[in-house]
Design a protein around this ligand. Sequence first.
Ligand code: MRU
Length: 349
Amino acid sequence: MNVDITDLKTVRLSQDGSAVIILDQTCLPGSEVYVSLSSAEEIWEAIYRLKVRGAPAIGIAAAYGIYVCSRQIAANTYGGFCSEFLRIKDYLASSRPTAVNLVAALDRMEKVVVAHSVNPVPEIVELLRVEAEAIRAEDAAACRKIGENCLSLLRPGMGILTHCNAGHLAVSEYGTALAPVYLGEERGYGFKVFADETRPLLQGARLTAYELQKVGVDVTLICDNMASAVMRKGWVQAVVVGCDRVAANGDTANKIGTSGVAILARYYGIPFYVLGPTSTIDLNCPDGDSIVIEERNPKEITDMWYASRMAPEGVKAYNPAFDVTPHDLITAIITEKGIAYPPFRLEDF
Ligand code: MRU
């Protein structure tokens, strides 16, 4: 590898702890711009507008974010601190509904506040910083293990198709779906990656193609509707995707279009792997029908990315950000704890 991808810092805490620093992904691939977020509104907006995105990355951003905001709470009593903390927590949690990591990270931060009700407020704030750093460190360790576990299923020279961006830019380090690609690259596997462009926000074109090309991985960009043609040619031996919420029965929400790729993979007899940390498994959610799917502004389909509007004025447009892949189309769910095959017993993780 000619470049170390971890030189890109997707999300981190400023040295003095007063701000969350994110790589603004809406500026990629044009320029690598870091922005500093120090108010709840700025953090909420960055998550909502996908300046920081990807299930684990928004969890980490929210954890750092609520720490940064907690430092600013002007309350001397535990009760006063706690009620303001909970108000900010609910506000940040409302930025995006589908990825469970966002709420899970904020819940972890709340547990710290609840467990230390007898401590002085400044000590609680310091413990929040420690917890946020732990969430980030655990994610980095999990990603590496996910990569190792998936790599055990792959062979040198394979063609690998991926959808959206579940790479370094979506997590702390390396990615989930792209972690085996990075590890394979380090070990001379010579994978050939096909990146779906991923309409409408183009996470595949702007982000996956960018980060893989940057480190010298053999990556080919295709439009979403080309996946079938590429599979038919025999160029794809495995599909790897990330996840935003995995229900208890294995049904998986991920970027819109993922379920179509799973159907194609089944048709062509290609294994379809879902990769994610156990923090993305939601055992309280029985199945895919119970997952709330974010709907976004239709302008993302009709106007964004075009020099001029690309659809008739007033036309109805439906813009769900995610879809659910039924568990019976998934070959394996790969986490840091191991590989689950059907029937998925995710409670064992
Ligand atoms: O809307 P996005 O860009 O946040 O959607 C991201 C995805 O769907 C990813 O595949 C998922 O969050 C996993 S990231 C490791």
